[in-house]
Design a protein around this ligand. Structure first.
Ligand SMILES: NC(=O)c1ccc[n+]([C@@H]2O[C@H](COP(=O)([O-])OP(=O)(O)OC[C@H]3O[C@@H](n4cnc5c(N)ncnc54)[C@H](OP(=O)(O)O)[C@@H]3O)[C@@H](O)[C@H]2O)c1
Length: 531
């Protein structure tokens, strides 16, 4: 697997290829893909023999496409924009108008690619990127297959990056996998989850497996429970129509959180080879105890935001008032789950997952709470309980790792406060401009699918989420909206942990700084050790 190093000079450029983007006029291309290519170009990770062929419905030539990309890319790259790097990349951008619903059009595409190949020396290697609505993924790959564009010979490779969401439920995901497999091998399919391109997600594996001290503690003997939080402060913005069909469970838990959980909970793989890693993530998903309808009622919480006030004082409207959203919508904008694992390492250790929109702050983290010290030995002192230690892997913002533990508060009396040891990526490695797509695109060009999802992982993830979706569909929510925008979600989410005599970790402010060094006791209500 290729990790993006701060010093890229050791990393070879990608293999010559043409990157063909379906949906070249879309939001993803403008905001993420072309900026990611610019960052790769800046890091000299794009080969000299390289071209982008944007495909779209609009009639325009290469020059117009280059102009169309320039402004949004400049805007999204911000201060890191470098005109000389852009000039290098922009000369490689090409465009072709296409009706992607017409099989005959793919013959024209083949001709255009042949012409680009001979002009750029890209060796017949094509990376097809589906930056189009999910309903078109199967159709487009079907036409590519029929036109012979997915056929590989000799060293010439053909790969398809499939965007998310990958299906809407277990049946549609299975059907999509079946359809893709009709036209190409699994090893040619790159199902993307841009979360897996984030440095800190990859760092979970480095932290666990490159450091000898952590692995002996990484099990039920030492860990009390794990919390995964992906909180968004934004609402659905202009994506109301999409979100109505998705909801928090499908959009975030099925897509992102279960793979994060896989990285946290997996056994050490035999190697960093793609198949070894995927096998271990799959074993984690297999080990998650299936949720019966009763489990769903007790261990799953859904919510939808009403109007509210954000921490900065801004008043915002309810989800149901968003453009494209049904005024009586039953779509959840918040979901929390308690999952248990039926395996040797994690028996008895709950994993709590939560995600939502319009929450108090934008934050993604994994918090690992260790068991308390077995005995409070500070007899005849002011200390009558000690907070449990906690390790926090921050994915965003202020990417880094924080360890909270007890320390003596200076003074003649014996008092203990929780202090933080904090590693912040930016402090050590500087702030590298990145969209999360750089590593993934680069890896695909190298044929490294480690950070992509394969068919089994997708289906196993949907199987877990499907049991919740079924119960929720059968029992429409009666209390929506049930949390105010700017809060931490519905009360039932707090109750989910309170039932286990636990509570969600207090998430720091938006700037990522934890101001308080003395943490509030987590078990002040019960002060009982957890079993
Ligand atoms: N935007 C993001 O940040 C983001 C994040 C994660 C995943 N994704 C996924 O990435 C994909 C693209 O997202 P997006 O936000 O860029 O979507 P978008 O702006 O709504 O659409 C992308 C492009 O798809 C083409 N398209 C749409 N409907 C079409 C039709 N009926 N026939 C032919 N072409 C059609 C259009 O290309 P032309 O106008 O050029 O013809 C459009 O610009 C989606 O699958 C989305 O779920 C996006």
């Amino acid at each position: 697997m290729s990790l993006m190093q701060p010093n890229y000079t050791q990393t070879p450029p990608a293999v010559p290829n043409v990157m063909v983007i379906f949906g070249a006029g879309g939001d993803l291309t403008r905001r993420k893909l072309i900026p990611a290519l610019l960052h790769l170009c800046n890091a000299r990770l794009l080969p000299d023999s390289f071209a982008v062929l944007g495909l779209g419905r609009a009639e325009m030539d290469d020059a117009a496409f280059r102009d169309l990309m320039a402004e949004p890319v400049r805007e999204h790259v911000g201060a890191a924009f470098d005109q000389s790097i852009w000039d290098r990349l922009v000369a490689r951008l090409h465009y072709m108008r296409i009706d992607i619903h017409e099989g005959a059009e793919y013959e024209r595409l083949r001709e255009r690619l042949r012409e680009l190949d001979s002009r750029r020396g890209t060796g017949g290697n094509y990376l097809f990127y589906t930056a189009i609505p999910p309903s078109l993924f199967a159709k487009v790959t079907g036409f590519l297959g029929a036109a012979g564009l997915l056929r590989e010979t000799g060293n010439r490779w053909r790969r398809v990056v499939v965007e998310k969401p990958f299906g809407q439920d277990l049946d549609s995901a299975t059907a999509l996998n079946r359809e893709l497999h009709r036209h190409m091998d699994e090893r040619q399919i790159y199902r993307i989850d841009h979360y897996l391109g984030k440095e800190t997600v990859q760092n979970i594996m480095v932290f666990r497996f490159a450091n000898g001290f952590i692995e002996p503690l990484w099990n039920r003997h030492h860990i009390d429970h794990v919390q995964l939080t992906v909180s968004e402060s934004v609402g659905v913005e202009h994506r109301g129509t999409y979100y109505e069909e998705a909801g928090a469970l499908r959009d975030m838990i099925a897509n992102h959180l279960l793979v994060l959980l896989g990285f946290i909970a997996m056994e050490p793989p035999n190697s960093f080879e793609s198949s070894a890693l995927h096998d271990e993530v799959d074993k984690v998903l297999d080990a998650i105890e299936p949720l019966s309808p009763e489990d769903v009622l007790r261990h799953a919480v859904r919510g939808q935001y009403g109007a509210g006030t954000l921490p900065d004082g801004e008043r915002v409207t309810a989800y149901r008032a968003s453009p494209g959203v049904d005024p009586q919508s039953r779509t959840e904008t918040f979901a929390a789950l308690k999952l248990r694992m039926d395996n040797w390492r994690w028996a008895g250790v709950p994993f709590y997952l939560r995600t939502g929109k319009r929450l108090a702050t934008q934050h993604t983290e994994i918090a690992i709470q260790f068991k308390r010290a077995p005995k409070v030995m500070f007899k005849n002192t002011d200390v009558n309980h000690v907070d449990p230690d906690m390790l926090v892997l921050r994915i965003q913002p202020a990417e880094g790792i924080q360890m909270s533990f007890g320390a003596k508060i200076p003074g003649p009396a014996m008092r203990i406060g929780a202090v933080n040891m904090d590693f912040c990526y930016e402090d050590y490695f500087g702030n590298k401009p990145a969209t999360g797509y750089e590593t993934l695109i680069y890896d695909c060009m190298h044929g490294d699918a480690t950070l992509y999802k394969h068919a089994d992982t997708i289906e196993k993830g949907w199987r877990i989420v499907q049991s919740v979706m079924d119960v929720w569909a059968a029992m429409p929510p009666r209390d929506f909206p049930n949390y105010a925008a700017g809060s931490w979600g519905p009360k039932a989410a707090d109750q989910l942990l309170r039932n286990d005599r636990r509570q969600w970790r207090r998430i720091p402010d938006t700037d990522g700084t934890e101001t308080s060094t003395v943490r509030e006791g987590l078990y002040t209500e019960s002060r009982k050790p957890q079993s």
